[in-house]
Write a protein that binds this ligand. Structure first.
Ligand code: B12
Ligand code: SF4
Length: 467
């Protein structure tokens, strides 16, 4: 019999994995990006199930209030969560609620926030185990025998992603309600389209490590080196998903797809021949595009790389240096010109042109108005672009984040790590100026020095993203 409360599901285990995100994101989401599924949850639950440990799943995104979540937490011995800095507030709240309902229950945590801010989590009694680092090698033992582990412990990951099993995507949480599924075109367990390519979308990860050291990110200080997933495995997984569910397009969620030329050459060789050559979204950097333009062009032309995410971040050398981005204004313009040219050529041949997903940061401490205008000019130079603009956010884990937190300048706290687009994140930054600029108040200054079509381009209105 179906429950009159659809959010209350049948229990199949005493272990619950709680997927984290804003309340309601799988019920009535503000946009498509809130609906992406969590590969950490998918991978670790797959490993648990393959080792005979059944778990149930609930999601803070699949309810619209904490009251609704409460009955879903009842009666479990163990709660597991993948905690990122931007999901720390719901993780904290869920841990407290779980303990209230199940005082003898265990809360097991890991994930990026546990890795970069373990002390903050250790100060909260409700977190019983806090894993620093990758969990694939420890998750089974941890869930079986949590008592064998220190409260805060370090784990080592696989040497290569080749060791990771394919995720069983049916272990991901489901979107709630037919209206929501129809509106977004969900074909669970694949994901809905978000404007980057047709649905159903298959998200995959081929590499975990980015070797650069941008001060607002520097993932390689906390994500250990790990071999890339072999091309053959990536292709097998995509073909399997296509046979089973029908793939419309692909999103390669790697922080840095455009690295490791040997791997990329094999991708160019095999992806077009051994798959349906779906269009895909993937990320690169402008300095390496300039270093390997032929490789980049071949990827666009032959493998159908159609949404090209570049972390441009800024159009000003001064700021790029401050961010230790190791890319210059010249690198950025080289990449923009190359994509503009490729797009025009492909369009003229009647083929789908590539488009930029352009990551831009504003409100970087030390940024002047002229720096920001240069960034806006750079954005306007892109002929086909989906701008992804955010106010710089000082996340723990990054060098600049730690520095600003230590100096007491961060406005992000455990209650509001997860910020909304126009939230203020750093003391002393003139957010009013940025809001005015995005509303067009400084267009005359920005347009100065721009020619032709670029002058009129209005690419940044409403482009602020959650960060
Ligand atoms: C894909 C991705 C996204 C996607 C999809 C997110 C999603 N739903 O999963 C999108 C594009 C939407 C996204 C958005 C954002 N992201 Co993001 N994203 C990533 C990325 C590149 C990969 C994540 C991933 O799937 N990794 C692979 C899985 C397997 O790893 P994992 O989840 O960490 O799990 C492993 C371990 O952490 C551990 N583990 C996890 N859980 C548990 C539990 C237990 C019990 C144990 C023992 C272990 C364990 O074991 C797992 C296997 O090794 C990472 C960087 C990276 N390379 O990981 C950034 C990253 C997670 N994102 C980050 C940020 C900041 C954001 C944004 C705020 C960026 C922005 N400015 O907009 C937004 C926020 C979105 C939102 N509001 O919801 C930061 C988080 C920093 C932090 N301190 O937490 C990262 C680390 C990137 C960075 N360096 O800035 N992101
Ligand atoms: S911002 Fe991009 S290039 Fe820089 S360290 Fe992070 S993932 Fe690498």
């Amino acid at each position: 019999m179906t429950s009159i409360f659809p959010w209350i599901k049948q229990k199949t285990s005493t272990i619950l994995w709680l997927d984290l995100g804003d309340l309601g994101d799988l019920v009535n989401p503000g946009g498509p990006h809130e609906q992406w599924q969590d590969h950490g949850l998918g991978l670790l639950r797959t490993i648990l199930h393959q080792n005979g440990i059944q778990t149930d799943v609930a999601s803070t995104r699949a309810v619209t209030s904490w009251e609704q979540l409460k009955p879903q937490l009842a009666g479990y011995d163990t709660l597991i969560m993948n905690v990122r800095s931007y999901t720390y507030p719901p993780a904290l709240k869920a841990a407290k609620l779980f303990k209230e309902i199940n005082p003898r229950g265990m809360v097991l945590t890991g994930g990026m926030h546990a890795t970069v801010a373990p002390d903050e989590m250790a100060a909260v009694a409700e977190f019983d185990r806090i894993c620093i680092g990758p969990g694939e090698k420890v998750i089974v033992d941890l869930v079986k025998n949590p008592g064998d582990f220190e409260r805060v412990f370090r784990a080592e990951g696989a040497r290569s992603m080749a060791e990771w099993p394919h995720i069983d995507r049916t272990l991901w949480p489901k979107p709630v309600g037919w209206r929501m599924k129809r509106k977004w075109g969900w074909k669970w367990p694949l994901e809905p389209a978000c404007g980057w390519g047709p649905g159903p979308v298959a998200t995959i990860i081929t590499s975990r490590v980015c070797p650069w050291q941008c001060v607002f990110c520097n993932e390689n200080s906390y994500i250990p080196n790990m071999g890339r997933k072999p091309v053959d495995q990536v292709i097998d997984e995509l073909n399997f998903l296509d046979r089973k569910y029908g793939v419309g397009s692909v999103v390669i969620h790697d922080s840095m797809f455009f690295q490791n030329p040997k791997w990329l050459k094999e991708w160019i060789e095999k992806y077009p021949r051994q798959t349906k050559r779906w269009t895909y979204w993937a990320a690169g950097r402008s300095d390496t595009v300039r270093q390997w333009p032929d490789l980049f062009e071949a990827l666009v032309r032959e493998t159908n790389w159609r949404t090209i995410s570049i972390g441009f971040e800024s159009g000003s050398d001064r700021i790029l240096k401050l961010l230790n981005k190791e890319c210059t204004e010249e690198d950025n313009y080289f990449t923009i010109d190359l994509v503009n040219r490729l797009a025009a050529e492909l369009q003229a041949r009647g083929e789908q042109p590539p488009v930029f997903w352009s990551n831009i940061m504003l409100g970087i401490p030390g940024e002047t108005r002229e720096d920001a205008f240069k960034t806006m000019r750079m954005l306007k130079h892109m002929q086909s672009v989906m701008p992804s603009i955010s106010f710089y956010a000082p996340y723990p884990g990054s060098a600049l984040g730690y520095q600003l937190i230590a100096e007491g300048k961060s406005l992000m706290s455990k209650d509001n790590y997860h910020r909304f687009p126009d939230d203020e994140k750093v003391k002393g930054v003139d957010y009013g100026f940025y809001r005015d600029m995005l509303a067009g108040k400084y267009d005359a200054e920005i347009n100065r020095g721009l020619e032709g079509a670029a002058r009129g381009a209005k690419v940044y209105e409403g482009a602020l993203v959650k960060a």
